[in-house]
Design a protein. Structure first.
Length: 257
């Protein structure tokens, strides 16, 4: 079967299939089952492959990615699309799942000054498409914590930023979205070294993942030690941040300024 035929039979996008076939990523269980059904794989080989997938989380198959950024970003998107919940801390940016199109375009242009207009627009489109996860029938659960700097910086100008803050306020009213802001007057806090995303998945056998975007390369962490460390860090950030109601009042004040 060609990759296009497999995509038609399973609904798995071609980029994800490519990464699985070239051993750049391990399939989630439901992705594997869809492939086994398409290929007509039966027991005992089917059971062996499912067991191999279940054990993959214990084998450290994820490594720092050193390929070109678009491939890293696509890998992250494929994991995010299968996640049950995302806990995202950002120190300087509004989380991608909550960005308006104008904000996304301005921040991409500002942080990637050598990117062509086509590259910028492709990234903006991908970011907007990702947000559909928040509105699907079984929506992604998002808990977003931001430093106040992320909502104060005038990315794209005053009007664009006002619309962005209003977008965050609207999203926070949805039952699957929780937003907190760490105000400036809290001083130093555990999130100051940088942003991260912690994902978990519907299948208990699928390992949790932490994604860290750095100048030295994007990292996907899955070890118990890393998961524990970032889980604890997020709990500290939740404690130091304003509660959701106080966060909404602060954002409303910023939007009206």
């Amino acid at each position: 079967m060609s990759r296009d035929e497999v995509e038609q039979h399973t609904g798995i996008n071609g980029a994800t299939l490519y990464r699985i076939e070239t051993a750049q990523s391990c399939p989630q269980k439901r992705t594997l089952l869809a492939l086994l059904n398409a290929y007509g794989v039966t027991d005992p080989q089917r059971a062996e492959l499912v067991e191999m997938c279940r054990n993959a989380g214990q084998q450290g198959w994820l490594r720092p990615y050193h390929a070109e950024l678009p491939e890293e970003y696509a890998t992250y998107i494929s994991f995010e699309a299968e996640a049950r919940s995302v806990r995202n801390y950002e120190s300087l940016y509004v989380p991608g799942l909550l960005q308006t199109e104008d904000y996304a375009r301005a921040v991409i242009k500002g942080t990637l000054p050598t990117a062509s207009q086509r590259e910028v627009e492709h990234r903006v489109q991908a970011r907007m498409e990702r947000q559909a996860l928040l509105g699907k029938e079984d929506p992604l659960q998002l808990w977003a914590i931001m430093d106040e700097a992320a909502v104060r910086r005038q990315v794209g100008g005053r009007e664009a930023m006002r619309a962005q803050v209003q977008r965050i306020l609207a999203a926070a009213e949805e039952p699957n979205v929780t937003v907190q802001v760490i105000p400036f007057d809290k001083g130093a806090h555990p999130g100051m070294p940088g942003a991260f995303v912690h994902m978990d998945f519907p299948e208990p056998a699928d390992p949790q993942l932490v994604y860290v975007d750095t100048l030295a390369g994007d990292l996907l962490r899955e070890s118990e030690a890393d998961i524990g460390r970032y889980t604890l860090m997020f709990e500290h950030l939740r404690a130091v941040a304003l509660g959701p109601d106080d966060t909404a009042r602060l954002l409303a004040t910023i939007a009206d300024a």
